[in-house]
Design a protein around this ligand. Structure first.
Ligand code: 4AD
Ligand code: MG
Length: 433
């Protein structure tokens, strides 16, 4: 007997095969049952006829509960009306386990209940689609960078110093010494880039964010490319290339998932174009104008960081990701290089509905200037000596960016809250399951 997965069924027309999975749904009457079986790769309609199966086995099938595990054998029949394009005419059923009454049913459940049952909620159609999309996003990022000659060189998670400001650090006791969970692998990626030229690190990062917004997690996954000999245009080009490659891949390979998420592929197609690039000052002018015209409400003033309403307005206006560059230094991190006008050579990419998905910059490469910045930010110079070394031994212009996986998935899927875009979310209010 040939074991196949649901996603392969359509290439086995007329063959007898075995599927292994769980009951997604069961309905029917009299001598006919429609069993929706999911196996992780898809959902297959299995047609169970009493005449085919015999009385005893048919009764077993009728007693299957939602999420019971089983193996079914049968003949594949191509059918355009069936989800996935094929159904199975069942001739045998072997029960693995009869599930207890399943807590997640067809009725509406509140987000709190679903999050408490996240370990089971993951089996829902929309959640499975999100996890597949997440997989594709990560794969596309990595494939794109691979094609551009980047190497994956990971950064540590236990760190002695801050990268993105000291207010969001998670502190741990490291054998009697103070250590922090990494907020970003960037500083180490810079060291790796000075060794290998083009690198990226990828891993979980931690922020003790007090914010309870739909865009903030306390633990999120970030991919951070870093390039030696790069300026701001190089950083922007790399980010745009990577995101456009990702959009294409999702459109090409995740059509069913987009459908399950009720996300129109035309929206994604519309985003796959050159991203507008505008200096912060121009963005600020536009925002002030829109405020004056009553197009949106915000307490934004020039010089401020962008807030959620400002990002939403920009994303909505352009209808595709926008790159905001040349920031007021006061709202950006200590390591950013500045231009002659004192503006930080950073870039944020703002995506429609999801807000900021990318934060990047050219790094300060002069030893003395960087030392001064570290002091101005009241960071412990001693802990940054190794980082300053990079400016003492063959310092070069360099830069990179960080992209949050969950925000990217939220953007591409149209799912509002990042907590659905990671298997087991960690937020200010949630540490379990
Ligand atoms: O803008 P951020 O803070 O930049 C850095 O950490 C740089 N060191 C990256 C670099 O240049 N290598 O964070 C980068 C991205 C954000 O644009 C966002 O997508 C994501 O990380 N991010 C979060 N995602 C979920 N929850 C949070 N609390 C996040 N904070 C940042
Ligand atoms: Mg940022």
């Amino acid at each position: 007997m040939r074991d196949v997965r649901v996603q392969e069924l359509s290439s086995h027309d007329g063959e007898q095969v075995r599927l292994k999975g769980w009951v997604y749904n069961l309905r029917g009457k009299g001598k006919l049952l429609f069993l929706l079986l999911r196996d992780g790769s898809g959902i297959c309609q299995c047609v169970v006829l009493k005449n085919e199966l015999g009385e005893e086995a048919f009764q077993v099938a009728k007693g299957l509960t939602q999420e019971s595990s089983l193996q079914v054998t049968g003949t594949v029949k191509l059918d355009e009306r069936a989800p996935g394009g094929a159904e199975l005419k069942v001739d045998g059923i072997e029960v693995v386990q009869i599930a207890e009454p399943y807590p997640i049913t067809k009725k509406e459940h509140g987000p709190g209940f679903l999050l408490d049952h996240r370990h089971l909620w993951l089996r829902s159609k929309r959640q499975m689609a999100l996890m597949r999309l997440r997989h594709r996003v990560v794969q596309s990022f990595r494939d794109f960078l691979d094609g551009e000659g980047f190497l994956c060189v990971d950064s540590p998670i236990f760190t002695p110093n801050a990268c993105e400001g000291t207010s969001t650090l998670f502190e741990t006791d490291y054998f009697g010494e103070r250590a922090y969970l990494s907020q970003s692998g960037q500083l180490y990626a810079e060291a790796s880039a000075m060794a290998l030229g083009r690198v990226y690190c990828f891993g979980p990062t931690f922020r003790a964010e007090k914010s309870k917004t739909r865009r903030h997690l306390t633990e999120f996954w970030m991919l951070e490319p870093e390039m030696a000999f790069a300026d701001l245009d190089d950083v922007c080009d790399l980010a745009e290339g990577m995101l456009r490659h990702t959009i294409s891949q999702v459109l090409e390979r995740n059509a069913q998932d987009l459908a399950d998420l009720e996300q129109d592929p035309a929206r994604l197609e519309g985003w796959n174009r050159a991203f507008p690039r505008l200096p912060y000052d121009d963005a600020a002018q536009l925002l002030l104008q829109w405020k004056a015209e009553g197009k949106y409400e915000s307490d934004f003033e020039p010089g401020d960081d962008l807030g959620a309403p400002d990002e939403s307005m920009l994303g909505e206006h352009y209808g595709c990701p926008v790159m905001v560059t040349h920031w007021p230094a006061a709202v950006k991190a200590f390591y950013m290089k500045r231009d002659e006008q004192g503006r930080a050579l950073g870039v944020d990419i703002i995506a429609p509905t999801a807000g900021e998905i990318v934060g990047g910059a050219v790094r300060e490469d002069d030893h003395d200037v960087l030392l001064q910045r570290i002091q101005e930010h009241q960071l412990p110079v001693e802990a940054f000596q190794w980082y300053l070394d990079l400016r003492r031994f063959g310092s070069v212009p360099h830069g990179g960016f960080g992209i949050g996986v969950e925000r990217t998935v939220s953007w591409l899927s149209g799912v509002e809250h990042v907590r659905e875009c990671i298997p087991f979310p960690r937020t200010i209010q949630r540490l379990s399951p």
